[in-house]
Design a protein around this ligand. Structure first.
Ligand code: NBG
Length: 838
């Protein structure tokens, strides 16, 4: 690697090279310098926002030093790197995490105090980087944290959406979407105006013969949009390794506006191109587990894949290695099917630009990619219409057809007696119009395919990719159960619990090796430990109660049982089952004698989550929750016995307040529909128990914590198909009387105009109850009853929660990353960079 500064001048560079703050004084000096110079403010006009900005910039300086060194180190060592392609990274706030990961928590806290600010207030000034919908995007964020912490040379690639996921406001009990202007101030990104890639759309394909007589194709005469890189540092915990997240932003290829058009008076046309180009990276599609097949979305996917692959190939080519080395240097993980176009794009580069033969290009491609599937639900599996792909990406469509041709030939040769299999596994669905099945393309173009929890991976093998298991053999398909980073989801969200554990385990090593938590079990009978554990849970509930009062205006009693369901609103996640259960509870309370009521366990039912803007049913669930809350919370008969709270605008930073405050959290999807879930792990790790179905990672959580420490209910995945069938073809559809009573109450107008709720009720009563709410209602309600009883024995409850926490070591995302590294990527950690004087 060549240095740009000659040997003789390097001394001066070394002498003045940027230094990181080490002491409280130096930290304060950096904060004040940034406030006074970078922000042009002073101690006379420094509000909390300015204090946040100054602190963030001081921390950022430190991160940059480590980041530069890490990148230099990686360039010199040139190890195999991992590239994690994800359209979503739900990062949340960065400052708190950065302070923690560089080990400066105490210094920053004291330093800020000396400057007149409270750390919590400063931290809460930051806007979430909300570049994701839900679990899939948050998983990607946890993975980045683990990759850096474990010193893997890894980059994330995504889009720099100008607007993150919308902000949710609740108006008259309905969800209203408001734009999220998260980029107004973002100190965590670095525009790299020198790192750009021109990406082509439309145009046509020309065939030609080169000098050696070889037939080649070239894609040309398309429209060019430029991708500009924005980089964000990702610090590992307790290590100098600071990895990179590269976000692409789109702009017109000819710059701000077209002067020729401007000069000839076409003012609007001159900026129109710019606007059209910028639209590509403008918005994150707010659909969770639903494919809408929109052209702009396909544009986004290709824009991001093309820019990222160009960048990856450019980096590889610098090393001057032969192409056959590519897959020894590069592992690309496809986070769901969103980046599947990277497969034909790599083929295009290898065939059309590097003139490789098909077979060699294909074996490099397959060896490079791994694909993670995150759902088996048909409505979420992406399929792009062939005419759309033809129009936007004509060369890629040819390549996809060629891939399919080779693949089907292989299948035909190996399974000559199974001709019907050909149409089942073809990448092209013979529909009207024809469609490209992206999941099939991802399977065919990757060397490994994984699901995200054991049950899910089994379903992947036995349902959607059954034929492919037969074709490729079982080894291509594997499982990596999801995990969460304990840095954010224990230490940051629940500092007091983290401190308590550290006090017993002799330090914070468990944050790097979560299996050490098993040692906590030895304290399950230790009175002093129990007392503090209980006090922490109570304090976290008080914190959520305070938040609920301040933000939602609802008073809740922190001594009540806190029952929480926060996640995207979706019929398969069954918030409707929960709210019907709440209505049932309300009706039971109303019909009780005062004497009976006095024995009831008081409870607060918290809900939170966004509905996709076009998802009517999900929006009506939100409305019903709010309407029920209005009635129940104001009912003088009920008082503290039941409160219903909808926490608006659920996001990562709110999850950090909500998660540690649960007694019970709900993970109650129809069996077989929730691939894994990750919030289930977060709640248990923070000392809450679960009510859940036998679905996703709930099953492995049960295996780890023990059946006594979780509340399972409901039908099993293997029975779902029969139950659905029976709804349609069985004798008459019998509703449980208590569910019937819930529906009668809704229809009677008890919770306001029943009109909006008719769809919800009808989907169960008249339209086959696809999500089996009626089948699971009774066991759900009974299990909630068991929870009420169990909670009354506070000592036994405490024992269960402590035991469960101590057994959660398996669910660290560090474990996931080591599994991916070994089974799928074949990459090794690289020792962290050495720092000046370190
Ligand atoms: C989601 C699943 C969750 C899972 C996350 C992360 C999609 C398509 N899938 O159950 O619904 O935890 O992925 O794997 O968003």
């Amino acid at each position: 690697v060549e240095a740009s500064v000659p040997e003789e001048q390097r001394e001066a560079w070394k002498k003045h090279s940027a230094k990181e703050f080490k002491t409280k004084d130096q930290f304060e000096a950096d904060v004040v310098r940034h406030i006074e110079t970078t922000l042009a403010r002073s101690l006379f006009n420094c509000d909390e926002a300015a204090a946040y900005a100054g602190t963030a910039l001081a921390l950022r300086d430190r991160l940059i030093i480590e980041w530069n060194r890490t990148q230099q180190q990686q360039t010199f060592a040139d190890p195999k790197r991992v590239y994690y392609l994800s359209l979503e990274f739900l990062m949340g706030r960065a400052l708190d995490n950065a302070i923690l990961n560089v080990g400066m928590k105490d210094i920053a806290k004291q330093g800020l105090e000396e400057l007149g600010f409270r750390m919590e207030d400063v931290i809460s000034q930051e806007r979430d980087a909300a570049l994701g919908n839900g679990g899939l995007g948050r998983l990607a964020a946890c993975f980045l944290d683990s990759l850096a912490t474990l010193n893997y040379p890894a980059w994330g690639y995504a889009l720099r959406y100008r607007y993150g996921i919308f902000r949710q406001e609740i108006v008259d009990g309905y969800q209203v979407e408001v734009p999220d202007y998260w980029l107004d101030f973002n100190p965590w990104e670095f525009p790299r105006h020198d790192v750009t890639v021109d990406v082509q759309f439309y145009g046509g394909v020309r065939k030609y013969t080169d000098d050696s007589g070889k037939q080649l194709s070239v894609w040309e005469n398309g429209e060019i949009v430029t991708a500009v890189a924005y980089d964000a540092p990702i610090p590992g915990y307790g290590t100098r390794t600071t990895n990179n997240l590269r976000l692409w932003s789109s702009k017109a290829s000819h710059g701000e506006f077209d002067f020729t058009k401007f000069n000839s008076g076409e003012y609007e046309a001159s900026v129109a191109d710019q606007q059209r180009a910028e639209t590509i990276s403008a918005v994150l599609y707010p659909n969770d587990s639903l494919d809408r097949g929109k052209e702009l979305r396909l544009k986004q996917q290709y824009f991001w894949c093309a820019a990222s692959l160009f960048d990856i190939v450019r980096r590889f080519k610098k090393s001057k290695k032969a192409w056959k080395e590519f897959a020894n240097q590069v592992a690309i993980q496809l986070n769901d099917t969103h980046p599947t176009l990277a497969i034909p794009e790599l083929m295009r580069i290898l065939l059309d630009q590097e003139s490789l033969e098909w077979d060699e290009a294909w074996s490099i491609t397959q060896a490079t990619f791994g694909y993670t599937n995150h759902t088996v639900m048909p409505e979420a599996l992406e399929k792009w219409s062939v005419p759309l792909v033809q129009h936007l990406l004509p060369r890629h469509l040819q390549i996809i057809y060629d891939i399919n041709f080779h693949f089907l030939q292989y299948v035909e040769r190996n399974f000559p007696k199974e001709r019907e299999m050909l149409s089942r596994v073809s990448i092209i669905e013979e529909s009207e119009p024809k469609r490209v099945r992206m999941a099939f393309l991802a399977v065919i173009g990757s060397h490994k395919v994984n699901g995200v929890a054991e049950l899910h991976s089994d379903l992947v093998r036995t349902t959607i990719f059954k034929d492919f298991v037969k074709i490729y053999g079982p080894d291509k398909f594997t499982n990596v159960t999801n995990g969460i980073t304990p840095r954010r989801w224990l230490h940051q969200a629940n500092p007091r619990l983290s401190a308590l554990i550290a006090s017993k385990l002799g330090g914070h090593d468990f944050l790097r090796d979560l299996n050490l938590l098993h040692k906590v079990e030895a304290y399950v009978d230790d009175e002093e430990f129990r007392k503090e554990f209980r006090a922490i849970k109570y304090a976290n509930k008080v914190r959520l109660a305070k938040y609920t009062k301040e933000v939602e205006g609802i008073t809740v009693n922190p001594s009540s049982l806190f029952d929480i369901q926060v996640k995207r609103i979706h019929e398969y996640k069954r918030q409707q089952l929960n709210i019907f259960g709440v209505i049932h509870r309300y009706l039971e309370l109303k019909s009780m004698s005062p004497e009976a009521r006095s024995k009831v366990q008081p409870r607060v039912s918290f809900f939170g989550g966004k509905a996709a803007p076009g998802y009517w049913m999900a929006k009506m669930v939100i409305h019903l929750i709010n309407q029920v809350g209005k009635v129940v919370n104001a009912d003088p008969d009920i008082g503290d016995l039941l409160k219903v709270v909808f926490l608006s605008d659920y996001n990562v930073s709110k999850a950090e307040i909500i998660t540690p405050a649960s007694d019970i959290s709900e993970h109650i999807s129809t069996a077989g529909t929730e691939a894994s879930g990750t919030s289930n792990m977060k709640f248990v790790l923070n000392g809450g128990l679960i009510i859940g179905t036998c679905d996703g990672a709930n099953i492995e959580i049960t295996r780890e914590v023990g059946e006594d420490n979780i509340f399972l209910f409901g039908n099993l995945a293997e029975d779902v198909e029969d139950l659905r069938h029976a709804h349609f073809y069985g004798d008459s559809f019998q509703l449980d009387p208590s569910l019937q009573r819930v529906f009668d109450t809704i229809r009677s107008g008890t919770f306001g105009d029943a009109g909006p709720f008719s769809g919800l009720v009808d989907s169960i009563v008249d339209h086959g109850d696809y999500y089996l709410v009626s089948d699971d209602f009774k066991s759900y309600v009974e299990t909630q009853g068991l929870i009420d009883e169990a909670y009354k024995d506070q000592e036994a409850w405490l024992t269960r929660t402590i035991t469960a926490v101590s057994r959660m070591g398996f669910f660290s995302s560090d474990r996931c990353i080591d599994e991916y590294a070994e089974m799928i990527w074949n990459v090794e950690p690289l020792p962290p960079p050495k720092m000046n004087g370190a």
